[in-house]
Design a protein around this ligand. Structure first.
Ligand SMILES: CC(C)(COP(=O)(O)OP(=O)(O)OC[C@H]1O[C@@H](n2cnc3c(N)ncnc32)[C@H](O)[C@@H]1OP(=O)(O)O)[C@@H](O)C(=O)NCCC(=O)NCCS
Length: 165
């Protein structure tokens, strides 16, 4: 477990009891229960992950998928930004990945998500690939993906970040 003052949160592993909550949370945050990246569909409710909780109330979620010696972060959401919750969730995923024998963590974010790009870059991740038009393809699999973000920036491309563990 992690904790961080002044916000007293804990990081706990996901269990089967959280499955329906994860489905609803991902649907609310990402428009559907699934996440589509690099032309693949992922259902976070079926994946390993961790929750950040404050007084037993969820304040963030991370899920990941391990294949071989690579751990891919599939979703990361913080409900209380700039208080260390995202960092603690990412650190928990990296710890789990190392324990599972992973050599790298990777993830995909989108061209419009400057905040996430800064967040990951500041935590040791670097860009390995930019897939122009990948979100346009993803939108065929998941029509709920918006065409623009909350600031009106077109969402078109996927950016892959990698960190050596
Ligand atoms: C990206 C995201 C998960 C970060 O979560 P977060 O809880 O804000 O993360 P943290 O608080 O650990 O760190 C965010 C920033 O706040 C800063 N911070 C952390 N604790 C702080 C504190 N007590 N006071 C001031 N700043 C603080 C961090 O240094 C960090 O700065 P940086 O991004 O310039 O490195 C969050 O913005 C989010 O949910 N975004 C929407 C979903 C999303 O885009 N997910 C990623 C998809 S790939």
């Amino acid at each position: 477990m992690y904790s961080n003052n002044p916000v007293d949160f804990e990081i706990i592993p996901l269990s089967a009891a959280h499955r329906s909550w994860v489905r609803e949370f991902i649907t609310t945050r990402w428009g559907a229960p699934e996440i589509v990246v690099h032309d693949e569909r992922f259902l976070p409710e079926t994946l390993p992950g961790c929750l950040a909780v404050i007084a037993a109330v969820p304040a963030g979620l991370i899920t990941w998928n391990i294949i071989g010696d690579t751990c891919e972060i599939i979703s990361l959401d913080s409900l209380q930004p700039h208080r260390g919750i995202g960092s603690a969730l990412l650190a928990a995923a990296e710890t789990a990945a190392r324990s599972a024998g992973c050599k790298t963590c990777c993830l995909v974010t989108t061209n419009d998500n400057i905040q996430a790009q800064r967040f990951y870059t500041n935590r040791g991740y670097y860009v390995t690939h930019i897939d122009l038009g990948a979100v346009n393809r993803a939108r065929i699999l998941k029509p709920a993906i918006p065409f623009v973000n909350g600031e009106g920036v077109p969402i078109t491309d996927e950016i892959t970040f990698v960190k050596t563990l």
